[in-house]
Design a binder for this molecule. Structure first.
Ligand SMILES: Nc1ncnc2c1ncn2[C@@H]1O[C@H](COP(=O)(O)OP(=O)(O)OP(=O)(O)O)[C@@H](O)[C@H]1O
Ligand SMILES: [Mg+2]
Length: 342
């Protein structure tokens, strides 16, 4: 690989044109700016994370880099080849996992599916059998006893492993993985993460992985870029990014609704107006509790907690737990995106 960057992208712009229904017959043309000038650079032997919330532009970026979508503006080179004019070369050098379920044959086993994709990649005979066996082992499908099961009988975790096996079957130097651990149980997600890190460390592959899971990004990524609304808003190692919020104190308040349910948007407005809290995020955890994460100023955390509890109980919420946390990548994201119009 002569090129020093595995992936380089400059000024990528992508617009989607859609038609919205208004009334019975009227359809109104609407343009969505999915990417507004994305710059990226990833290195060999590195796990690079593209992080951002739903709709930020992660999948759009990944599709352009994997030659599945044309950019409207800007350019990108993958393994030294241009994604538009040299897309055939690009495809030889990448293994892609986009959506876990795409393009497998339901009536074939995992092994048979892989044989087919290995053949498309030009492998034949003994070499093909050897490589298929190798990747089945690598993603632990053999160990799970799932290699010779029909694809239609696969669990989500098995499907994710097979998708990764397909991306690896031709031993590409670059892997492009869109949310590879989405929907997996913790042990399966961990195995996939370990494999990703090993492929970068031990084999020098360049891995680009997207996720909206900041915790996962901290675990596996050497460097990350945070994308929001089609723009890269921060770049660096997780440690470098966390130093941006080193002085903030993340306060996490979990709460449930009692009777009245205040809409999220009006709760956000209240937090801003009545508490003067600027940097926060609202989400829902696995148990269905609301999670408010607020960046308090050092020395003011108790005051902030008291005011949040007062506000929440005043409008019919029941506070379940309060926790003071260490700054994480999630807080970097909150700090960088708070105060913007939604
Ligand atoms: N085929 C399409 N047609 C129209 N709009 C689209 C299309 N694909 C994506 N978009 C829009 O482009 C924006 C970026 O979408 P994209 O799928 O790249 O986001 P994402 O970061 O991958 O989000 P998620 O975390 O939900 O997967 C969103 O506003 C989305 O609604
Ligand atoms: Mg996506």
């Amino acid at each position: 690989m002569s090129s020093s960057s595995a992936i380089i992208a400059r000024g990528l712009v992508k617009r989607y044109v859609t038609y919205e229904r208004r009334g019975f017959l009227r359809r109104v043309k609407k343009t969505i700016e999915a990417l507004r000038g994305v710059d990226l650079e990833t290195r060999w032997g590195e796990v690079f994370g593209l992080l951002g919330p739903n709709g930020a532009g992660k999948t759009t970026t990944v599709k352009i880099l994997s030659t599945l979508l044309l950019p409207d503006k800007g350019w990108a080179r993958v393994a030294g080849y241009d994604v538009v004019s040299e897309y055939i070369e690009v495809r030889k050098h990448i293994g892609v996992v986009l959506s876990v379920e795409r393009g497998f044959f339901w009536k074939l086993t995992g092994r048979e599916n892989l044989r087919y994709f290995a053949m498309l990649r030009g492998l034949r005979g003994v070499e093909l059998e050897k490589r298929v066996e190798e990747v089945l082992r690598l993603v632990s499908l053999t160990e799970l006893g799932a290699a010779d099961k029909l694809y239609e009988e696969y669990s989500l975790g098995m499907k994710a492993r097979l998708a990764l096996a397909r991306a690896l079957v031709h031993d590409p130097p670059i892997l492009i993985l869109d949310e590879p651990t989405l929907g997996l149980d913790p042990p399966s997600a961990r195995r996939i993460r370990e494999l990703i890190v090993r492929l970068a460390r031990e084999e020098g592959k360049a891995v680009l992985v997207t996720t909206h899971n900041m915790y996962e990004a901290e675990l596996i990524c050497d460097r990350v870029a945070i994308i929001a609304k089609g723009r890269i808003i921060a770049k660096g190692s997780p440690e470098e990014l966390k130093s941006l919020v080193a002085k903030e104190v993340p306060v996490i308040v979990r709460f449930t609704s009692r009777s009245t349910i205040v809409e999220a948007s009006s709760l956000e407005a209240k937090l801003r107006r009545e508490l003067g809290v600027e940097k926060f995020s609202l989400s829902v955890d696995k148990e269905g509790r609301n999670v408010l994460r607020v960046l308090a100023r050092p020395g003011e955390e108790e005051e902030t907690i008291a005011r949040i509890v007062g506000l929440l109980s005043g409008i019919g919420y029941r506070v379940r737990s309060i926790e003071i946390a260490k700054p994480s990548l999630e807080d970097v994201f909150i700090a960088l995106t708070s105060g913007e119009e939604k």
